[in-house]
Design a protein around this ligand. Sequence first.
Ligand code: ADP
Length: 479
Amino acid sequence: MLSSELLRTGALIAGAWVESGERYAVTNPANGEELAQVVRADAELADTAVRVAAAALPAWRAATAKHRAGILSRWAALMMAHQDQLAAILTAEQGKPLAEARGEVAYAASFLEWFAEEGKRAYGDVIPSHKADARIMVLKEPVGVVAAITPWNFPLAMVTRKLGPALAAGCTVVLKPSEETPLSAHALAVLGMQAGLPDGVINVVSGDAAAIGEAWMRSDVVRKVSFTGSTRVGKLLMRQAADTLKKVSLELGGNAPFIVFDDADIDAAVAGAMASKFRNTGQTCVCVNRFYVQQGVYQAFTTRLAEAVRKLKVAHGTEPGAEQGPLINQAALAKVRRHVADAREKGARVLCGGEPHALGGTFYQPTVIAEAQAGMEMAQEETFGPVAACYRFETEDEVIRLANATSVGLAAYFYSRDLARVWSVAERLEVGMVGVNEGLISTELAPFGGIKESGCGREGSRYGLDDYMETKYVLMGGL
Ligand code: ADP
């Protein structure tokens, strides 16, 4: 069992932790140990959370942006003051190395800090009128009660990336973190209450995901759903949200290509590849899923990548120097094994790794695969694990066609030193985000999001605030 002053195992409703009812177990993916028994919310508790959030809305939206900013800033500061405690909970339930968990705490806090400030700049507009005796004004207003549903790969950052803008805009929130990682969200909520969030402004439940989601999507009080997770569940929520025409923000799966052109700086490309592919043990939606390497540098790039990958330290997240933790669960491990087996069968060469790790459980060896082909399962589907699959290509047109030959479009990366090519490729890639000569692109300052079946809406930056606001036009006549 985990112990921490920030540990809570209830559901947060109207500022109090509801402890009654059924429970479910949260486990440590590194060793299967049970960490806590958390209240398993059902549709009824989900409905209660909505009622409470609706009751808290009038006062919260009426508060000044500056008042809300003060609370969000204090919340960010409290997160940083509790960086080690939050990281310990995060690593325990999610598995990522402690150093990465500490990094995530800072990254998560950055969204609260950014939107605290940005909320003060939710400017409206005055438009030159079409009539001499009238004035046209545009006001920005919060959308209302927001339902946020978040995944397990960034148990803190995916929450603050939604709650930061929602709260700054004046919305109140019902949150359902992933059942794999609710404890991080609970710890975050404890600090939010300490920072001064009024009771009911955020409410947190988890348990029966389908029932909670259905209750929230059915509600006509919930005016927006913001979801990060699989494309399958994103589509389901969008369908369910249609009946009440909620606003929808969806951050769904990607299948990111990483293109290395002949003129690339190979050392930089290998460093970018390592950062982008192996962060969080390959379990981020912007992790590279397909490496396309031009013929002339294929040998050099794949050899150097495999050299770097062999050096990665696979260990329990709490071990000093750990770089690769376990996968989140057995289903994740099974998918990685299936993809690698399929690639082997279809003629790929395994340059390193390719097997479950000796640590057992859900640990898998960091892997590099050469001679990957378009017909392999891993070309079509996100592996979401520590496997770098390298494909060959010859021309720019060919690689653009390959990179875009997928139903999703979240992130893409490419390495080239030719300025004309940089512009042309950046413009031709069908994705929401492009890293040019860079493998890490996530920051609270930039709009994160995808196109095609990777979803809709943007998180972070000033665009991220817009997603939680309605535009109201006021015509003042008879002047
Ligand atoms: P993953 O496969 O990466 O776990 P999911 O889309 O299943 O991705 O999970 C992301 C979030 O969606 C989690 O909080 C999960 O509990 C939630 N979820 C799963 N199924 C549903 C559903 N039917 N309705 C609402 N939320 C759901």
